[in-house]
Design a protein around this ligand. Structure first.
Ligand code: ADP
Length: 766
């Protein structure tokens, strides 16, 4: 008798079980024969099949006989009764021998009851198949089964029952209960099937509805667009915004925010307090350009031409800008390092930013940061505030209408801290390439990509720029112009522009070169050309009045009639003094307006050895004076006693910044030495340099500006620290030509040039 192990099958008495012939062959080593008796045993786990053991089987199985054998590789077993597995043996060839005994039911199922249940189950199954693809096949298929077990076994593959549940039915000793269990399984399976059938039809409907809806929406949009085009005057503001949102290429986050607020705007109606805010916000968001502009190849020669056309001189600056453009071309980027232009007002920092934009063929915007104290000025106010506005940076982006303008941030040195946060750190976020691709303005509340913006900052000095901000930028110095450069700028740029602005032609007005020269020397005092530009404008306006009044056709401005045109007195220049007095020495200072000369004055008064400083106060300056006094005492020990019964008064006129203290080191020392030795130092000798306690002259900053100021003021000789000699290459030729520059190493050299050698009788105390 063949023994076949089964797993996860609904094995029942009085049913037909279909099996693979192959299975029979592997278990018995021969082919199945008709009517042959078989025992079906149930495996506890699927794993057991691989290595059969004594306890691999459940204790109850079923016996039956082969009823059909099919060519296609399968056969059927018609089961009869249940059996107990008493003993099992494994033959060496793999065959199983099982000793079984018949297991009786404790309760019989009456045949008519079985018939009724079978009929009901068949009907339920047929009902279920109505309207499905199995409808036609279901009746002949079901007709072949005569018992409930048969029906259940046939449906078993679709049943949602575990292996254990299936065995539990076989193990049930009451035939009545077994039938109930089978019915439950069949009807449950049918219910589940019905549900999922309904479910899928509901889903189908949903889907169809969705498709229909989106089609209708699309159609409505299309019709609305047509209507809008036919009657543009009827398009409502909200509709206009909706269209703008659709057309803009906003990023995901912005789009979501815009849609959200648009919906709120639609719900609010026109009279709510929020409407205005929502409207303004959406208007702002949609007027920004969200499009990424493609990086353009820039022709370097052409860019150079543009820069040359707009600005005279500034060679170093232009070279640096061309380098940047070349790098951007190579890297196919729209921005590079952040440039910081530093220099006196009117040296062309802002206007060259405009030229850069022109050279790059990009939009130009300027943001003035002077006096910005509030972080919100840069990063915007939160929308919850009444009257909230975007920050200046995003405002400028909106004005530019593109996402990649050249943006000049003017006067970054004038940002200041306040209780309203630190605007400099907000600016850092704008400029930092690591962060600025997702810059989030508080008002906008959605990120905007600033990484394509070409940033240029301008400042008069780097001293007040916070270190972290300064570190992000590359400093380019604008040194101020020499009179000759100014002359060229006036003739080539400022005058023609001023004439064009008021509508005067070259035939109507001519300005002699001498007159321009006179304007530069007598009517302006500056490192840049801002004042010069103003004079040119004034000159052209008064010429315009004369032309309109008809006083002569061709006007000619000369140094003689200049004052009438400008209607102002010549500026009194601080030129070097004629006479020299002990205790007064000419110094050079660096100021925000360029350079300037200043006189350091020293005087002794009767007293008790105190030091009085007036003019520019500040700790740095006080320290410098102390150092100077010590050096002089050391150098002239025989004169040191004068400091005991006299007070020393040092006056540093304003114009110098407190920071100038150290660079006035040699000037202070020389002034005191000049005073106590009674040597008058010629005021045509100017000097600048820091000093060490050992009397070494150490380098200073701002040399070009200082030398320019010296030359302007009529200084003949300038003493500079020897270590600053390299800086002379930044100084204009015409300045160097007119000055005798003497690099000095130490105090001895300074004193010997100034003639302070032999102690003279002590200057009389006042
Ligand atoms: P800054 O920003 O340094 O204060 P601006 O850029 O405002 O200076 O320049 C002031 C004016 O001087 C502008 O009208 C500018 O065109 C003009 N200007 C400055 N430098 C030059 C130059 N090198 N060539 C021609 N014009 C110049």
């Amino acid at each position: 008798m063949a023994v076949l192990p089964l797993y996860d099958a609904l094995v029942l008495p009085d049913a037909t079980v279909y099996l693979k012939t192959e299975r029979f062959e592997t278990m018995t080593g021969r082919a199945p024969r008709m009517e042959e008796r078989v025992t079906l045993l149930i495996l506890k786990t699927e794993q057991e099949r691989k290595e059969l053991k004594q306890d691999s089987f459940y204790p109850i199985g079923v016996s039956g006989a082969i009823s059909e054998i099919h060519e296609e590789g399968w056969f059927a077993v018609k089961t009869r009764g249940r059996v107990n597995l008493d003993e099992i043996a494994f033959a060496p060839d793999g065959r199983i021998e099982a000793y079984t005994s018949r297991r009786e039911d404790t309760e019989e199922l009456p045949p008519q009851e079985n018939e009724r249940k079978t009929r009901d189950a068949k009907r339920a199954l047929m009902d279920f198949s109505k309207g499905t693809q199995w409808e036609a096949a279901s009746k002949p298929w079901l007709d072949q089964f005569d018992t409930l077990s048969d029906v259940a076994a046939a449906c078993a593959p679709w049943m949602d029952a575990t292996h254990e549940e299936k065995y539990a039915i076989l193990a049930e000793d009451s035939a009545v209960k077994r039938a109930e269990m089978l019915e439950k399984l069949i009807y449950e399976t049918l219910e589940m099937g019905k549900l999922s059938q309904e479910g899928s039809s509901v889903r189908q409907e949903d889907y169809q509805k969705m498709v229909r809806e989106s089609a209708i929406k699309k159609q409505m949009e299309y019709l609305q667009k047509e209507l809008d085009e036919m009657h543009p005057e009827n398009v409502s503001d909200i509709r206009r915004l909706e269209l703008k949102i659709q057309e803009s290429q906003m990023n995901e986050t912005a789009r979501k925010e815009a849609d959200k607020l648009l919906n709120r705007l639609k719900q609010e109606g026109s009279n709510s307090a929020e409407t205005g805010m929502l409207y303004n916000y959406l208007d702002f968001l949609t007027s920004l350009s969200w499009k990424k502009e493609p990086a353009q190849e820039i022709d370097l020669d052409e860019a150079e031409k543009v820069l040359e056309e707009d600005h005279f001189g500034l060679k170093k600056v232009k070279d640096r800008i061309l380098q940047q453009i070349a790098v951007m071309n190579l890297k196919k980027q729209q921005s590079g390092s952040i440039l910081l232009f530093v220099g006196a007002p009117g040296t062309g920092k802002t206007s060259i930013g405009q030229s850069i934009a022109k050279a790059l063929k990009r939009q130009y915007v300027r943001v003035s940061l002077g006096g910005v104290r509030d972080e919100a000025d840069i990063r915007g106010h939160r929308r919850t505030y009444i009257g909230a506005m975007p920050g200046r940076v995003m405002d400028a982006i909106q004005k530019s209408g593109v996402s990649n303008p050249v943006m000049v941030l003017d006067e970054v040195d004038k940002l200041s801290m306040s209780y309203n946060g630190d605007p400099a750190s907000a600016l850092l976020e704008v400029l930092d390439p690591e962060q600025n691709s997702t810059f989030t303005d508080h008002y906008m509340n959605v990120p905007y990509d600033l990484s394509d913006v070409f940033f240029i900052c301008t400042a008069n000095t780097v001293d007040t720029i916070p270190e972290p901000l300064l570190n992000r930028m590359e400093v380019i110095q604008f040194q101020g112009y020499t009179p000759i450069e100014k002359q060229q700028i006036a003739l080539r740029h400022l005058l023609p522009k001023a004439m064009e602005a008021v509508g005067i032609t070259a035939e109507q007005l001519s300005v002699s070169e001498e007159a321009v020269q006179a304007i530069i020397t007598d009517y302006t005092r500056e490192g840049g050309v801002r004042g010069l530009k103003k004079r040119m404008d004034t000159l052209c306006r008064s010429a315009a009045v004369r032309i309109v009044r008809g006083r002569g056709d061709a006007l000619c401005v000369t140094p003689e009639n200049l004052r009438e045109y400008l209607d102002m007195r010549p500026i009194h220049h601080r030129n070097v003094r004629e006479n020299a007095v002990p205790g007064i020495v000419t110094g050079l200072a660096w100021t925000a307006a360029g350079g300037d000369i200043l006189y350091i004055e020293a005087m002794l008064t009767k007293g008790s050895g105190q030091i009085v400083i007036t003019g520019q106060l500040g700790d740095v300056m006080k320290e410098s004076v102390r150092l100077a006094v010590s050096l002089v005492k050391h150098r002239f020990p025989e004169r040191a006693s004068v400091f005991e019964d006299h007070d020393l008064h040092i006056h540093v006129p304003d114009g110098a910044t407190p920071k100038d203290g150290p660079s006035a080191g040699i000037t202070l020392t020389t002034a005191i030495a000049s005073l106590i030795t009674g040597t008058a130092v010629p005021s045509t000798i100017a000097m600048t340099g820091e000093i060490s306690l050992r009397g070494e002259v150490t380098p200073i900053g701002g040399l070009p500006e200082k030398l320019m100021a010296a030359q302007r003021a009529g200084v003949k000789q300038v003493l500079i620290p020897i270590d600053n000699e390299d800086d002379l290459q930044d100084v204009a030729k015409e300045v160097l030509e007119q000055l005798e520059i003497t690099p000095v190493r130490d105090l001895n050299e300074v004193f010997s040039i100034c003639g302070i050698m032999e102690p003279q009788p002590v200057a009389k105390a006042v």
